[in-house]
Design a protein around this ligand. Structure first.
Ligand code: ADP
Length: 485
């Protein structure tokens, strides 16, 4: 697969600055590896502050003309980019499986999902409406103009190598902003391939730049720049806090999508099949490596036994392996540090009385494969209930009453996604309103779509991505008071 992608030009091994494919100025590189085999796919430049400053300068130049295009013209470019991404769905999916490990079907699914943000924002570009406000003095007129914020620094993680980029870049470009992207060094190839297609789509040089390498140096250059007016980030809470603090020096706008600790609450009155399907979807997507993955499965005592058995037998039959393998639904974890974290959380839970129903250890395939796991008798004070697992482990905790479930669910600093399973409509509204979360799935394990706002409360983040609300993050409202005559 790698050889085929390479010969068809899909593996790009340079950054993109001002429309030019660029090496690191000192020639340094970093390896990009396939987590399913450990093999090196290619080397990409290890860039730092200098390259980032040049990318910012290119983005700043490009902003002048890009922001002055009509919305319809920007929309056409985005639409063309969307068409090209879909036309190369297979290749982009293969590239993603190669560098990230997720099963090919899931990877191709992410290409469609990632592309959907470009289509949606190509349409939204044309709907950046201002306001006319009734004035406070009879001879005055009051207006609100919406204008692009300026150059955007976008820092993205490895778990969704395409979608985390398009979800930021598409609304930014639609609004008239230009972007410097820093993808994760673990998965830069999908980002580079998408950037290449953006050029083919006619998005002008400098509008979209990609740098990668030394994350701290690149991040610091983005933060220090007066020309960068906005930082949009998806990643860990710890790094998000650093970026927020760093952005204070130049008072940039900030959007953050940080870690979650999603409760998945199964009430006695849930439809067992629906709850099982939803829990599997939210827990085991991308081998548990998403910030909206169920982190705690809270099950009411009346359905506990039945649900734990049903979940165990479903998880037992999951096929683990290389994402290119036939019927594989669980790929490897991204790296050894990820496996070590899962191991330590599982060990801590076992030492405090939790029981392993299925899995519970590294997979026989070696490398970073981990067995899909179900644990019972989990308690709120165990580390596995307090930290983001980011792996294929479903920890089940028993509760008695609705009040207890809400208290347990909210007993965390995170507040990204929550899930509830119930057939009682009043309860679904009552619990949804009581949950301190940015998103709630009711009888549904997948909450993410381009048309709905995605984002967290508490320490899970700031701002929203997707939907009409995602545009606001890249716009400033300018007040205009006019004396017409
Ligand atoms: P994860 O644990 O999911 O990898 P991180 O927050 O470490 O989450 O990484 C998310 C993104 O943030 C990656 O692109 C990473 O390189 C980048 N990153 C990590 N540390 C910093 C930093 N100090 N400044 C800027 N970006 C950073």
């Amino acid at each position: 697969v790698a050889a085929h992608l390479n010969s068809s030009g899909f593996i790009r091994s340079q950054g993109l600055i001002g429309g030019k494919w660029t090496d690191a100025y000192d020639g340094k590189t970093i390896k990009v590896c396939n987590p399913a085999t450990g093999e090196v796919i290619t080397n990409v430049p290890c860039m730092g502050g200098k390259e980032t400053n040049d990318a910012i300068a290119s983005a700043y130049d490009a902003f002048v003309s890009w922001s002055k295009l009509t919305a319809a013209d920007r929309s056409k470019c985005l639409r063309k980019w969307y068409d090209l991404i879909l036309a190369h769905k297979e290749e982009l999916g293969q590239l993603m499986t190669l560098e990230q490990g997720k099963p090919l079907k899931e990877a191709i699914g992410e290409v469609s999902y990632g592309a959907s943000f470009i289509e949606f924002y190509a349409e939204e570009a044309k709907r950046v409406y201002g306001d006319i406000i009734p004035a406070t003095l009879p001879d005055r007129r009051l207006f609100v103009l919406k204008q692009p914020v300026g150059v955007v620094g976008a820092i993205t993680p490895w778990n969704f190598p395409l979608a985390m980029i398009t979800r930021k870049v598409a609304p930014a470009l639609a609004c008239g902003c230009t972007v410097v992207i820093k993808p994760s060094e673990l998965t830069p190839l999908t980002a580079l391939a998408a950037a290449d297609l953006s050029i083919q789509a006619g998005i002008p040089p400098g509008v979209l730049n990609v740098v990668m390498g030394n994350a701290v140096d690149i991040g610091d250059a983005l933060l220090a720049s007066q020309q960068v007016r906005k930082i949009t980030f998806t990643g860990s809470t710890a790094v998000g806090k650093k970026l927020m603090a760093g952005a204070a020096a130049t008072v940039k706008k900030v959007s953050l999508e940080l870690g979650g600790n999603a409760p998945c609450i199964i009430f006695d009155d849930a439809d067992l099949e629906v709850a099982l399907k939803g829990t599997l979807a939210t827990k085991f997507r991308n081998s548990g490596q998403t910030c909206v993955c169920a982190n705690r499965v809270l099950v009411q005592e009346g359905i506990y036994e039945k649900f734990a058995n049903a979940l165990s037998s479903a998880v037992q039959s999951m096929k683990v392996g290389d994402g290119f393998g036939e019927g594989v639904v669980q790929g490897p974890l991204i790296n050894d540090a990820a496996v070590q974290k899962v191991e330590s959380l599982v060990q801590d839970a076992i030492s405090k009385g939790a029981k392993v129903l299925v899995g519970g250890k590294r997979h026989g395939l070696g490398l970073t494969f981990y067995e899909p796991t179900v644990m019972a008798d989990v308690k709120g004070e165990m580390l596995i209930s307090r930290e983001e697992v980011f792996g294929p482990v479903a920890p089940i905790q028993k509760f008695k009453t609705e009040e207890e479930a809400i208290r347990l669910a909210n007993d965390t600093n995170a507040g990204l996604a929550a899930y509830i399973f119930t057939t009682n409509v009043q309860r679904s509204w009552r619990v949804t309103e009581a949950l301190e979360y940015g998103m709630v799935g009711v009888n549904e394990g997948l909450v993410s779509t381009e048309v709905a706002p995605f984002g967290g409360v508490k320490q899970s983040g700031l701002g929203r991505e997707g939907s009409k609300y995602g545009m606001d993050e890249f716009l400033e409202a300018k007040g205009l008071v006019q004396l017409p005559s």
